[in-house]
Unconditional design. Sequence first.
Lengths: 274, 318
Amino acid sequence: MPAPEPVTASAIRRIVLEQSKRANVGHIGSCLSIADIIAALYGGGLDIADPADAERDRFILSKGHAALALYAALHLRGWLSADELNTFCGDGSRLGVHPEHHQPGVDFSTGSLGHGLAMGVGAALAARAQASTRRVVVLLSDAECNEGAVWEAAMFAAQHRLSDLVAIIDLNGQQALGYTRDILDLGRMAERWRAFGWDAQVVDGHDPAALAASLRGAATGQPRVVVAETVFGRGVSFMQGQVRWHYLPMSDAEYAQAMEEVDQPSCVAPSFAS
Amino acid sequence: MRGAIVRILTELAASDPRIVLLTGDLGFMVVEEFAERFPERFWNVGVAEQDMIGIATGMAEAGFIPFTYSIATFAALRPYEFVRNGPVHHRLPVRILAVGGGFEYANAGPTHHGLEDLAVMRALPDLTVLAPADHEQAAAALRATWELPGPVYLRLGKDDRSVVPGLGGRFQLGRAQIVRQGDTHVVIVAVGPIARAAVAAAEILSEQGIDATVAVVASVAPAPVQDLLDLFRDAGTVVTVEAHSIVGGLGSLVSEVVAGHGLGCRVTRCGVRSGPDGVGGGEAFLNARHGLSREGIACAVEEAVMAAPAGPALHSTW
């Protein structure tokens, strides 16, 4: 296994671009939008000394299509070798577009939207029943909240005051065929969760300090939802807010431009349009 | 069966703290014993079957053995994908208690009839699928499987009194139980409480000179393939009996075994062949309407015997 490296959003983005290009696959925009969130989690937000430790915090990437960003973090933490990372989407690989629990460091397989929060509720309920202080974080996409099962789980978590459960909504405003506001408007996301009994906090999903603070959970005894305002494709100018980067792989020229831009602090996203 | 199951579950829970019970807001006069004895290990998740399976999955990953309780059709069909991507995909020890297969919730109407659950559950790899024929066999099935490392779907009847003659509470994973040893040329195979009607049909048939062997399949998956091959070795006529669609359940299972091993017997499937048509009634009425009364089954067997092609090993006794 490689030596651990700092888990930064920049490092995650570079790996996302490199591997997406090498494997010639899409879902790039979604991976880029959660890079800062994943960095906040694997850079200290989650208490995971060893992915096989039963007392580790649990993380569920309910928006499984962004698994490449998670693989990047596992690699940077030293739990996934470069050789393994380079099998992404290859024949015989454990690393597909969506995460599989057969890969150490992946707690739950996901990919079908609307499934992760219920499992996270169960994981948090189990921790409480075992008198453990471990925490559970579930990362959902905003459009995933179209799924009714998300709200079933939200009701149970609030009813039972699962305060060690944190849900993060990657509020990038996009879904597979367009903008969320044009399909099923998810405006006032925080208010929706508050109405379901959650402590909701809205943060800039690209601000490491704000993310880190929000992940500490609520002091109210309620489950916490972090509504992370993000930009789809964040860090690559021609991907930002562009639905086609839910699907498309990059050409050589696009890849070159993306790699040049991704580390530039000047590549600041437009403010989130709510 | 459901009463017997919750009693045993409560007993097992006393010695194993991993056992927890979740219900989708069902089980009045059934789950109270467990809930009162272990309030810290019992949750009513509300009318939310998907959530219930998801929660059970998360708990099982952390070392618990969660049992979930609902009516068969809600237990199997509404959260099917959560079952598939949860306990099945992760190979976790979630136990799905599915009450009232077939037409047991007769007057409740078609939304409450469990007619496809075995078909869809049987399609999931490495899911243990059990459908005991009476409460004694259900008890034996639970005792034999509660500690399995993988997931279990347990289809239960509501009847806590009747037993299948000749079964004697026997159960073995991956095995079938012969409940009436008759002629080896005519074999009736039944799943679930409708097995009582199958045995009664065999008694009617014996008065007509057809001495059928009757076997119960409660271990739907793993399927009792070797036992079925042994049962069918000399058979010309095999009749399956299930309070379930003839597609995907026991009839399909038996047909797969027969075809897959190139056996020469003819398989007749007694079960549900048509969808709801607005006509309701009690369980016996609905079973009879779908050919699942003792008379209906006897008639189907008789017709199958008459239609079976004559062969060297067939019909030697009558």
